[in-house]
Write a protein that binds this ligand. Structure first.
Ligand SMILES: Cc1cc2nc3c(=O)[nH]c(=O)nc-3n(C[C@H](O)[C@H](O)[C@H](O)COP(=O)(O)OP(=O)(O)OC[C@H]3O[C@@H](n4cnc5c(N)ncnc54)[C@H](O)[C@@H]3O)c2cc1C
Length: 303
């Protein structure tokens, strides 16, 4: 397994933001990951780094990145995947096997671990829909355990993994047989829809900034409140979808947090609705970032 010391994490994140991390591990198998989880004390596990804002100040600890854990298997209608497998690849491979259920994953770069952590979803589908069971590392007992879908506490953008007690090693899914043309048509429709309203990865972003409040859309509220006009020399709200925030090139995590606070405030002032961030802040905060996170997250952040 590759281990990098004093590693700049920025290029690995979809936001293209993030400072120096003391040590980064890239396990390739479940056994290597399990061994790390047994031995390391303080660590953060990340997949494709597409839902995180990594501090420009870096992190004086260990980060495990699962992107080299690429094993998966399709057996009949069952799919087994390591936590590092990328959603779009799995969506492509399952569509070639005439299996339906992963069409929504084609347009964003999440790993199976990040997708299950977030209960990622789009276009009326979510990762929990076709999940059967998860193989997890229990951080308290320091052992591998299995959980059925019913024990994973899934809800909108939430799973039991938010408790920080478990790390996902792999997952088992059951998909549905459908004619390949139908699956490909659905994928095409999803991709076209994304292209019309969302920034591509060439424009650094981390997907939706805020979660949708109950029975409403964060993008709609931000748009109506005037957030599409928010722009400075470092960051800008995407003009086709107000819940996307773009790094114009050399933004820092502080620049993003400042704009997030401004976006949250305009919706609060206009509609008295508190938007909760979907993006997760990771790493060592500056004093200013501590203050901004306290406003934004109100509840808690990972680190
Ligand atoms: C252009 C774009 C479009 C997007 N569109 C969507 C969308 O339509 N729907 C949607 O839901 N999301 C979307 N996202 C957001 C993001 O891709 C998803 O949330 C995805 O599930 C995150 O996966 P990841 O591997 O990148 O997670 P990361 O960003 O690496 O991590 C996210 C969280 O998961 C935790 N985690 C990662 N791996 C593990 C593991 N093995 N065990 C335990 N915890 C783990 C991390 O600690 C972190 O807290 C989009 C992002 C982008 C950039």
């Amino acid at each position: 397994m590759q281990i990098k010391e004093n590693f700049e994490i920025k290029p690995l994140t979809t936001y293209k933001i993030g400072g120096i991390v003391k040590r980064v591990y890239f396990p390739e198998t479940q056994e290597e990951l399990t061994e790390l989880l047994r031995t390391l004390k303080n660590y953060i596990v990340l997949g494709s780094c597409s839902n995180v804002l990594f501090s420009s100040n870096g992190y004086k600890g260990d980060v495990i990145i699962t992107s080299e854990m690429k094993n998966f298997e399709i057996r009949g209608t069952k799919v087994y995947a390591d936590c590092g497998v990328k959603g779009p690849l799995l969506a492509q491979k399952t569509s070639e096997a005439s299996l339906s259920g992963f069409e929504f994953m084609i347009g964003f770069p999440g790993s199976i671990g990040g997708d299950i952590f977030m209960n990622a979803g789009a276009h009326g589908q979510s990762i929990s829909d076709c999940l059967i069971s998860c193989c997890l590392f229990d951080k308290t007992k320091k052992e591998v355990v299995f959980k059925q879908k019913s024990e994973m506490e899934f809800s909108y953008r939430h799973s039991i993994l938010h408790d920080s007690k478990y790390i996902l090693l792999s997952a088992e899914f059951e998909l549905k047989k459908l004619p390949q043309e139908e699956i490909k048509a659905l994928i095409e429709r999803n991709l076209n829809f994304r292209k019309t309203i969302q920034p591509s990865l060439a424009t650094p972003n981390a997907g939706s900034v805020f979660k949708n409040p109950e029975n409403d859309s964060a993008g709609r509220l931000l748009d109506k409140a005037g957030a599409k006009a928010f722009e400075n020399d470092k960051v800008k709200v995407w003009d086709k979808h107000a819940n996307f925030l773009i790094n114009k090139g050399d933004a820092t995590s502080e620049d993003i947090l400042e704009m997030m606070v401004k976006m949250q405030k305009v919706v609060k002032d206009t509609y008295t609705i508190d938007l909760a961030p979907e993006i997760i802040f990771i790493g060592d905060k500056t004093k200013k970032e501590e203050e901004l996170c306290n406003i934004l997250y109100k509840i808690k952040t990972l680190k």
